[in-house]
Write a protein that binds this ligand. Sequence first.
Ligand code: ZN
Length: 470
Amino acid sequence: MNGTGARRGVAALVPLLVLAGLGLALPAAPSAAATPPANSVAPFGATAIGANAVANANAPVVAIAATHDGGGYWLAGRDGGIFNYGDAGFFGSAGSLRLNAPIVGMTATPNGGGYWLVAADGGIFNYGDAGFFGSAGSLRLNAPIVGMAATRDGGGYWLVAADGGIFNYGDAAFAGSAGSLQLNAPVVGMAATPNGGGYWLVARDGGIFTYGDARYFGSLGGTSLPGPVVGLAVTPSGGGYWLAVGSEPLAGEVVGIDPGHNGLNYSAPSFIDAPVFNGTGTEPCDTTGTATDGGYTEAQFNFNVATDLQADLQAEGATVVLTRPNNAGVGPCVTTRAAIVNEAHADVAVDIHADGGPSDGRGFTVLEPTADGPNDGVVASSAAFAATLRNAFVGGTPMPVSDYDGIDGLQPRNDLAGLNLTTVPKVLIECGNMRNATDAALLVTPSFQQAAAAAMAQAITTYLTGGAQA
Ligand code: ZN
């Protein structure tokens, strides 16, 4: 282990080669001159092998490792799934494991008879003839682990963290780190030179850093990409490398957003007052929601935050399902809102509200479901998401946790259709108290609404990419 040494290292920073964007990718295998598709490999001083891109990935590609003769490579998905090309053999995967942290890196043994996977928390998974030489799983890391590389004889390996810090195990020697650099983008992967006298680091934007006897053959810096660069693998001679391109972090994920109430609910009392069965009892089909003393409505706040959140999530590649398309309608009923999200098979969902609490009470509360039958399978996952959202909201907005509802910003509830009837992980957040003057002054501003959405997007991304805390 060389976590402290990582901070001493002096990097040989190679200026990024900025490649001009040359328009759409050719239908053939991507090259340095084309835009690589998502979950694919871009060769530099090397050739593409096999299909070269993962179709229908369950999770974004996060790492690449090459075989000893350069005749093939493996790609690893964030869920631990393995895709092998050319003469790369399959020796097992972490795809069926319940991972504490997502897979982030991969490297192969010298003869190609096995490989290691590493998770973001530094945990190591070894397959085939790959030996175990230690892990960073018990360390308090300054930044998550993002990649690994094996030594020439397979008797050790390096781990690299997002801040460029290097950890070495077995016969792997420290040759410098990017831990002291101001990085334009986080480090995402590494590979070692054939004789073990150096290594390359690659950053999320495709920038390359060389150490020891590692040479520079080009980069994806400045190229418009469908997802982040996630790793690199080196040819047997050290005379070229492949860069792996992943996909947006939430590609393939479906997120449900229910902006509570609706702008014209006040105009249709007979519709919204009708009782509906919410799983444990009855409640009105919908309500008008609350408002600030100045007349700013909760329905408008909820919808603004929802559309900000929708934009944030779509930028990360997610598919978003809203329960209402605008703030100029009536309803739908709370039972219908739950059904819309359920039928979309959302991977996670959030009901957005602001409270009409006591005028002397401040703060936000995350309401989470209690088991009542339909939601039994998602109570635990909703609780994990609730804690993640609570932490993101504390860290990302000026709103304190509620001083009148819940404990530490969390409150289980059994009387709300949105939580009783959900079959997907879901919480309801009361973003603040509209009846409190201090909270209201925050809630009505676009800057707070955007911060609230950003905190929700961060929590959703953390939850969906495997980093949720229980
Ligand atoms: Zn409400």
